[in-house]
Write a protein that binds this ligand. Structure first.
Ligand SMILES: Cc1cc2nc3c(=O)[nH]c(=O)nc-3n(C[C@H](O)[C@H](O)[C@H](O)COP(=O)(O)O)c2cc1C
Length: 366
């Protein structure tokens, strides 16, 4: 494998102090282990800790574990949410009843309503400000001006997720340093916070040039990028960086269950789709038994994070048992292109394939 390094130092690489303008996507739920984040950073890309469901104490512990493994810049990512007590718990009893047979199947006792449906966003953000990572990135919304100012005082660059032009403009207004353009192909939760989810389901091919033309900030393309061909396509559309989730989920250092990683290869048979049944918010994952069985409830389950809290024990039990029919198998539309390997090897391949793609050998994979 010979890399001439056409991608080296391009786009957002100098902004974040990287070798390559590549972001290992934050993936909440234990996927972005300190080992994955640090290996990505050491390979010269921006490793990102998905901290959305971590307590402030866990955020501190994971940051310490990352810093024990690397001195390179990394990102911490949060979901911008209201405080836990502000979420309406309507429809919870019915939702609990609908989950009863799945809990019985997993050997779990009858469900009690959870005391708290999510962590305190304010306390999580305090922990991020204290940790002062090189980059703080956000999904589902924009923190207040005061909180963004506190992050800047701590020395953080700010990256905002957008699924449409209105969201990108709102991030420009808030003073972001770069925007992640999350195309509809992307695995995991949709970040949409202005307008409806259906209108916000714009493909990466359409979204990236729209944002590049509409705003004067670097755009980082996310959604369906699995190899150097995808990276080259994103740069051809005007992106200054790429953020890959599913490709890094398949890496050796990721915390995804081995059965989940193995299921990526069968993505073309299972298919992926957006679903609300696991969390109450549209998210893309491999189709499995739980998604199929709960399909009629797509529009009646409680909103995020209530449904997410109600299914948490079930998903954890499924993960312990390796039962892929009841786990949330978040993955993007190009999941079948995933390649199991160490993160450093993935980065080297992406760089090499980028060179081949822009060199006119389109379609070559190494
Ligand atoms: C398992 C999984 C978990 C994710 N969790 C987060 C998250 O916590 N925060 C976030 O901003 N994006 C999250 N995403 C979305 C990614 O940031 C990114 O938009 C997406 O992975 C890009 O599409 P791809 O999976 O096709 O590469 C997640 C994606 C996956 C696959």
């Amino acid at each position: 494998m010979t890399t001439t390094g056409l991608l080296k130092g391009r786009g957002v690489a100098p902004l974040f102090g990287l070798d390559w303008p590549i972001v290992q996507a934050p993936m909440a739920g234990g996927i972005t282990t300190p080992a994955l984040v640090a290996a990505s950073c050491e390979a010269g890309v921006l490793g990102s800790l998905g901290a959305a469901v971590l307590s402030p104490e866990r955020i501190r512990a994971e940051v310490a574990a990352i810093r024990a493994l690397t001195r390179r810049p990394f990102a911490i990512n949060l979901f911008v949410l209201d405080e836990p007590e502000r979420f309406a718990r309507d429809g919870e009893a019915e939702a609990i009843a609908r989950l009863a047979s799945w809990r019985a199947r997993a050997g779990l006792p009858a469900q009690q309503p959870p005391a708290r449906v999510c962590e305190s966003f304010a306390a999580q953000l305090d922990a991020v400000i204290e940790a002062a990572p090189a980059v703080a990135s956000f999904h589902f919304g924009i923190p207040s001006r005061e909180r963004l100012a506190a992050l800047r005082r701590a020395g953080c660059r700010i990256v905002g997720g957008a699924t449409n032009v209105a969201e990108a403009r709102a991030w420009v207004e808030a003073g972001a340093d770069a925007i992640v353009a999350q195309g509809a192909e992307a695995g995991g939760h949709r970040g949409t916070f202005v307008g409806g989810f259906e209108e916000g389901a714009i493909g990466t091919m359409a979204l990236v040039p729209r944002l590049v033309d509409a705003i004067d900030l670097p755009v980082i393309a996310a959604g369906g990028i699995m190899d150097g061909r995808g990276v080259a396509a994103a740069f051809a559309l005007g992106a200054q960086g790429v953020q890959l989730g599913t490709a890094f989920l398949a890496c050796d250092e990721s915390g995804a269950h081995p059965n989940w990683k193995a299921a990526l290869a069968g993505a073309d048979t299972r298919g992926t789709r957006l679903t609300r049944v696991f969390s109450g918010r549209p998210a893309r994952g491999l189709v499995n038994g739980f998604m199929e069985a709960m399909r009629a409830d797509e529009h009646t389950v409680p909103v995020y994070p209530v449904q997410n809290a109600l299914t948490a024990e079930l998903r954890a039990a499924a993960t312990r048992a390796g039962d892929i029919e009841a786990m949330s198998l978040w993955a993007g539309q190009a999941a079948a292109l995933a390649r199991p390997m160490p993160a450093a090897s993935l980065v080297a391949r992406l760089a090499d394939e980028f060179d081949r793609a822009v060199g006119g050998l389109g379609g070559a994979r190494t």
